[in-house]
Each structure stands twice: as C-alpha cells, then as structure tokens.
Design a protein around this ligand. Structure first.
Ligand code: GLN
Length: 304
C-alpha cells in the first residue's frame, strides 16, 4: 500500500501547528539539540519505506532502547525475568521511585527506569563484557554494523544522573541488583546513549511487527510469543503515565524516549518512527504524539 500521501499530509498538518513543549534539559547534551527537527519513517514488512522531513538525521533514542535490552534478556532467560520485575503499567513518571518501597524493590515493568536498570543488572550477570554484548546485539537487530554508543551523551547523563543512581541504590537495598551500582548505571547510561535515525529505528523495530523476525533477512530476534508479549508491554507501559492516552489516541503499541523519538508497531504490517525533540509534560514528544494520532486516525490502523 502506498502510505506516502498520508505520511506527507499528516507531516504537513503537524508542521503547521504550534511546536509546543520543551527539550529535555536534565541531560545537558540533549539540551543542545535543534528543537525544530521533525522526521518520520514508516517501514513495512514488504520492504517499503515511506519518509518525511528529517528521517535520516541521527538522534538520541534514549528510553526506546529499553525495548532492545528487554528483547535481549527475554531471548536469553525467558520468563525467569519476571522473578526480578513485574509487567504492570506504573501510571507514574519514567524515573519514579515511589512504588519501589511498597513493592520491595521489584520494578513495575521493564520500560520504566527502575525496570530497565534491573534489566541492565541481568545483562551484567549474563555477559563478561556487558557493554560489548549489548552493542553487538543492537548492531545485529538494527543491521547497523558500525553502530557506536555516544560517549558524549553517556558522559553527560553520568554527570547529572542523580535519580538513576538513587534508583539503583534503592533497588540494591532490596537485593534486586547483584552487581555494583556503578557497573549497572554505567551500562544503563550507555544503553540510553544509542543514536539512530528514524529510518534506522523503524527498520530496527520491524521484528516486533513480524512475529519476532527481522524485516528483510527473516532472522529470528525473539520468538513469536515473546514479540507478542513485548508489544503488550509497550502498549501498557511504553508511555509511562501517558500510556492510556497513547492507546486511546494512537491505538498501537509503542515506545518513547526523552530525545523526542517515538516508535509504534502495527503487528503484521509495519513499524513507524517519529522524532521531534520538544516534549510534553510526561516526557513524550509533543509532535510525535500528534503525528501518530492523526496518522492512525487517517489510516484507521489499530490493534483494537
Ligand atoms: N536516559 C534517560 C533517563 O534515565 C531515559 C529516560 C527516557 O527516555 N524517558 O532519565
């Protein structure tokens, strides 16, 4: 199906609206980004690619990468993951500590910071060189052979990552972190530092639209049931305290990051990535939300 006319029409509509919100400034490196950037890319199971705007400009994917660390760990240890965390929506901000106290250091889900930090701890347990293992995995899934971590972004977040240090230490006090907090937060900051373009990101997430198999190559990244479950977790937890609104407005599983990126999946069909750095109050891209809402309203694509 030729999606280009609807991509173009929706892009123009959102571009003409006010570009509201603020770029994330608590990570100094992210505050330097040009907030007028706006890119879209939709990649289909059949290999079609539809783009608009800054689709080939690299940006920091931040928490979108939490889906990839989750895929890696699920493919390695399967349901044992759920001994260390839950898969329930949190209804709280991405960096919240509040539920950990009453829930004995068991994070609500793997897509909030607390859960992603425990996932990083598991990666540290599984591999001798966790940073390399994670990068190799993301290279494989994305097909970007020369992908590197962004040292600038990782270091920048390391300087100001007080919340994440607090989370790691708090979880460790319940014995749900096995390595040192420094090892685990280091891996977490590098995970969040990964950069991709909208084109690369939509291809990377194709496996979740394709029963766990990479677009083009057909290589198995996760099993069909793991893909189903990752999509379910994105649907219920991918947008933190805005997950309900995203489901209501967009109707697809998806994930956001504070770099202003967003991906959404139509299982059996496509993955779409949108990037615009200004964020709403919940830390999700303002234009990204608008674009995906108008796009799926127009195409009537939904999982519901
Ligand atoms: N690196 C960011 C943080 O830990 C990721 C948050 C996000 O993208 N929502 O604060």
């Amino acid at each position: 199906m030729d999606c280009q006319p609807i991509v173009d029409k929706t892009y123009k509509k959102v571009l003409a609206m006010e570009n509201s919100g603020n770029v994330a400034s608590y990570i100094p490196e992210l505050a330097k980004v040009d907030d007028t950037k706006f890119g879209v890319c939709l990649t289909t199971q059949n290999g079609e690619v539809f783009t608009a705007g800054d689709a080939t400009v690299k940006f920091s994917i931040q928490s979108i990468a939490k889906v990839l660390s989750l895929s890696l760990v699920l493919s390695k240890i399967g349901d044992d993951l759920w001994k260390r965390m839950d898969f329930e929506p949190s209804g709280t901000a991405f960096n919240s500590l509040v539920q950990l106290e009453s829930e004995n250091g068991i994070p609500r889900n793997p897509l909030i910071n607390a859960g992603a930090i425990v996932v990083c701890d598991i990666i540290c347990e599984l591999f001798d060189n966790p940073k390399k293992a994670l990068l190799d995995y993301v290279r494989e899934v994305s097909g970007i052979e020369d992908l590197q971590y962004s040292e600038n972004i990782a270091h920048s977040e390391q300087q100001t990552g007080y919340r994440n240090f607090a989370l790691a230490n708090f979880i460790k006090s319940f014995n749900n972190i096995k390595n040192t907090c420094d090892q685990v937060t280091d891996l977490y900051f590098y995970l969040c530092s990964i950069e991709m373009t909208c084109e690369q990101l939509s291809y990377t997430f194709g496996f979740l639209a394709n029963r766990g198999k990479q677009f083009n190559t057909g290589k198995t990244i996760v099993t069909p049931n793991q893909a189903k479950r990752i999509n379910a977790i994105m649907q219920t937890c991918g947008f933190y305290d805005e997950a309900g609104e995203f489901a209501y407005k967009v109707g697809l599983p998806g994930k956001s990051g504070v770099g202003g990126g967003m991906v959404a999946i139509l299982p059996g069909s496509y993955a779409i990535a949108v990037w615009s750095p200004k964020l709403n109050k919940q830390g999700n891209s303002y234009r990204g939300m608008k674009f995906l809402q108008y796009f799926t309203d127009e195409t009537q694509d939904t999982v519901f």
